[in-house]
Write a protein that binds this ligand. Structure first.
Ligand code: NAD
Length: 276
C-alpha cells in the first residue's frame, strides 16, 4: 500500500469537495441552473434555488434535492430584473445560512427579432435579466467575499458571449457584456481569493430546446434528427447537445480547489462551435 496515500476518512471529503459551502444559483428552477444547483448540492454545498415556476413543483425540487444530497436547500422567487429583489435575496440567504461562498449568475431569457423590429422593452428585459442581474448579485456578495478571502463567481454566458448570430441583438450584447463584467470582477477579486469565470455553452439539452426540436420538426415536416443536425446544431461541429449534468460538473470544478487559479476566463463548452 502506498504509505503516502491519505487514510480513508481524510479522503472522504474528496467526494464532497464543496462541503458546507453556501451557494446561490439564479434561474435554477429548470434547465442549466437546476443542473448546476444539483451538482453543487451533490458536492456538499448548501444551495439557494431561484426562479419562476409552479410553486408545488419548485417545492418538490427543493425538498427532493435536500433529501437526496443531505444539504440545506432554500428557494427565493426574487425577480432577476429587479436590483432591489436581488439584494433582498442575498440578504435573506446570508441571514439564514451565513455568507455566500459561491454565486452562479445563470438566469436568462432570449428574444429573437431583426434589429429594426426589436421591441425596446424586450431589449431592456434581456439586458436586465441576462446582464444587470449579475452586477447586482455580485455587488451584494463581493465585500463579504473579499473580507473572507474566498469567493467563486460563475457567470453562465453563452457561445453568444464570444460570437454573434443575427436577430439576437440584446442576447448577444448582454452575453458579451457579462464576459466583460467577468474579467473586471476577476481583476478586482484576484488578490482576495475570489475567482470569476464565464461559462459559454453552445446548445444544451434542456426542456426548452427539446420543445424547439419538436416544433421545428412539425413546422418543416422533417425528422427530429434532421432538425438537430442541420438546423440547431448546424454550427456545432460535435453534433451533440451538451447536458446540464456536464455543465454542473464543470461548475463544481471551477468552484473547487482545481479552479483556484482559473479566473477572468470565458470558457467555451460548445463542441467546437467558436473554434470555427
Ligand atoms: P431555462 O429557461 O430552462 O431556465 C431559465 C431559468 O431562469 C428558469 O429557472 C427561469 O425561471 C429563470 N428566470 C427567467 N427569468 C427570470 C427572472 N426575471 N427572475 C428570476 N428567474 C428568472 O433556460 P436555460 O436554457 O437553462 O438557460 C439558462 C442560462 O443558460 C441562460 O442564461 C441562457 O442564456 C444560458 N444558455 C443556455 C443555452 C441552452 O442551449 N439552453 C446555451 C447557452 C447559454
Amino acid at each position: 500500500m502506498n504509505q503516502m496515500a491519505p487514510k480513508t476518512d481524510e479522503r472522504a471529503p474528496m467526494s464532497r469537495p464543496l462541503q458546507d459551502r453556501h451557494a446561490i444559483v439564479t434561474g435554477s428552477t429548470s434547465g442549466i441552473g437546476l443542473g448546476i444547483a444539483r451538482a453543487l448540492a451533490g458536492a456538499g454545498a448548501k444551495v439557494v434555488l431561484n426562479g419562476f415556476g409552479d410553486p408545488q413543483q419548485i417545492e418538490r425540487i427543493r425538498a427532493g434535492m435536500a433529501a437526496e444530497f443531505g444539504v440545506d436547500v432554500d428557494f427565493s422567487d426574487a425577480d432577476m430584473s429587479k436590483g432591489g429583489a436581488i439584494r433582498a435575496m442575498v440578504d435573506e440567504a446570508v441571514l439564514r445560512n451565513g455568507p455566500v461562498d459561491i454565486l452562479v449568475n445563470n438566469a436568462g431569457i432570449q428574444y429573437v427579432a431583426p434589429i429594426e423590429n426589436f421591441p425596446a422593452e424586450k431589449w431592456d428585459a434581456v439586458i436586465a435579466i441576462n446582464l444587470s442581474a449579475a452586477f447586482h448579485a455580485i455587488q451584494s456578495v463581493f465585500a463579504s467575499m473579499k473580507e473572507r478571502k474566498f469567493g467563486r463567481i460563475v457567470n453562465v454566458a453563452s457561445a453568444h458571449g464570444l460570437v454573434a448570430s443575427p436577430f439576437k441583438s440584446a442576447y448577444v450584447a448582454a452575453k458579451h457584456g457579462i464576459v466583460g463584467l467577468t474579467k473586471t470582477v476577476a481583476m478586482e477579486g484576484a488578490e482576495f481569493g475570489i475567482t470569476a469565470n464565464a461559462i459559454c455553452p453552445g446548445y444544451v439539452w434542456t426542456p426548452l430546446v427539446e420543445k424547439q426540436v419538436e416544433d421545428q420538426a412539425k413546422a418543416h415536416g422533417i425528422p427530429r434528427e434532421d432538425v438537430v443536425r442541420n438546423i440547431l446544431l448546424a454550427q456545432q461541429p460535435n453534433k451533440r447537445f451538451a447536458t446540464v449534468e456536464e455543465l454542473g460538473e464543470f461548475a463544481v470544478f471551477l468552484c473547487g480547489n482545481g479552479g483556484t487559479s482559473i479566473t477572468g476566463t470565458a470558457l467555451p463548452v460548445d463542441g467546437g462551435w467558436t473554434a470555427h
